[in-house]
Write a protein that binds this ligand. Structure first.
Ligand code: FE2
Length: 396
């Protein structure tokens, strides 16, 4: 009898121990934070956690006080429209800030261990950026104007993360933003690949402070979780095509979608690029007619696929639906990738109908751009840091 009782106690104790060991103590940040949609008055912070969590961002001025000096302003993930979203990807919009001003921030999580049917939620302990030793992230809102703008472009990394880290390491400290111009992975068979194949590395390099913008490459339409690509990015339109400004510099980000006809056997019947690019074309015409675009001094376009009149379907479709409207808008340059080599297509009709230069960055190289209202200087650097190409566009 005594033995049976002891055995039962031992079994219950070990079960409790296993349960205690399995229950997560805190949510851990896995990827990020990285910053998107930076404007003169705000920014969006994105990061992922290893378990479902609710999340928020605390913001402090860069005034020399300790982060713990007082209660800091809190911004919550507002995608639930009044209810905190519970998930592993967190997007928090911080707004109401001053232009050209540096702020400190930290990300915070509370892991969700149970969400009962009645609506009762159980949490882990809270966790977040350790600001005890002053290691909050720093971000500067956009200034009202820029004389010179510096940005780096990466494309066609195709999941070669270690090489990506190598070219990221060569970047300038004073860059104003970084642009990921598509095909950063070869497919998205599972969404975890987005972080492990490039986004972790990009986020670490940018240290939560350098703004990141991105376009979608044709390979990012492939794979079972390709539909989730936009979950990891934030754009002003909520679509892969959008526009943004840095003072007098106006940028348009386009998405040429897939490169072969929609009915191609490789797409297994799930691609309908034509109506998508047609919708994008209508949006583009509205953007080009906006005061923001018309009043800009420099207009630059990003698109993973370069336009080619006699090229593959996606590149030829671009000429018809996207380049024709752009030709009415005094565009200064378009930056592309996709062809895995350096190419400057002058506006002479030989490659496309574009009346502006189209510059392709090779795969696995960092393109460094320095723009003013007089010129756009372009250089590329390979994985050894060697300067491989240079080109200057003189503006009117
Ligand atoms: Fe591509």
């Amino acid at each position: 009898m005594k033995k049976t009782f002891l055995a039962i106690v031992l079994v219950i104790s070990s079960l409790c121990l296993v349960n205690a060991q399995q229950k997560p103590v805190r949510a851990k940040a896995l990827c990020g934070p990285y910053v998107q949609c930076v404007s003169e008055t705000g920014f969006t912070v994105i990061w992922t956690t290893d378990m479902d969590a609710i999340a928020w961002v605390e913001v402090a001025p860069n005034d020399g006080t300790h982060f713990y000096n007082k209660e800091r302003d809190k911004y919550y993930d507002a995608r639930g429209n009044g209810v905190f979203p519970i998930g592993k990807i967190h997007k928090v919009v911080v707004e109401g800030l001053e232009p050209g001003t540096t702020y400190r921030y930290r990300i915070m999580n509370k892991g969700v261990t149970a969400y009962n049917g009645s609506g009762n939620v159980e949490y882990t302990k809270g966790s977040g950026t350790d600001v005890h030793r002053g290691s909050a992230f720093e971000i500067t809102t956009l200034k009202k104007d820029y004389e010179t703008l510096r940005f780096d472009i990466f494309n066609d990394i195709h999941g070669k993360d270690s090489l990506f880290r190598t070219i990221l390491a060569g970047a300038r400290d004073n860059r104003d933003f970084v642009f990921l111009n598509g095909d950063m992975t070869s497919n998205i068979s599972k969404e975890e690949l987005i972080a492990s194949m490039y986004l972790n590395s990009a986020a670490k390099s940018l240290n939560g402070g350098v703004p990141m913008f991105a376009s979608r490459g044709n390979h990012e339409l492939r794979g079972r979780d390709a539909i989730k690509w936009l979950d990891y990015f934030s754009t002003p339109t909520g679509t892969p095509y959008y526009s943004f400004s840095f003072g007098k510099f106006f940028f348009i980000v386009l998405d040429a979608c897939e490169d072969k006809p929609d009915s191609d056997i490789e797409y297994s019947g799930i691609v309908a690029s034509r109506p998508y690019v047609q919708r994008q074309s209508r949006w583009l015409k509205e953007v080009l007619a906006s005061e923001e675009c018309k009043n800009a001094e420099v207009r630059i376009v990003f698109c993973h696929v370069p336009p080619e009149t006699n090229g593959w379907y996606g590149a030829a479709q671009m000429c018809e639906l996207l380049v024709e409207p752009l030709n009415e808008a005094d565009i200064d340059a378009m930056f592309c990738g996709h062809i895995h080599r350096w190419r400057v297509a002058k506006p002479d009709g030989s490659i496309s109908n574009a009346n502006f230069p189209v510059i392709c960055n090779p795969n696995m190289q960092r393109m460094e751009v320095t723009a003013t209202n007089k010129s756009i200087q372009i250089s590329t650097f390979d994985t050894n840091g060697k300067n491989t190409n240079n080109h200057t566009i003189t503006l009117k």
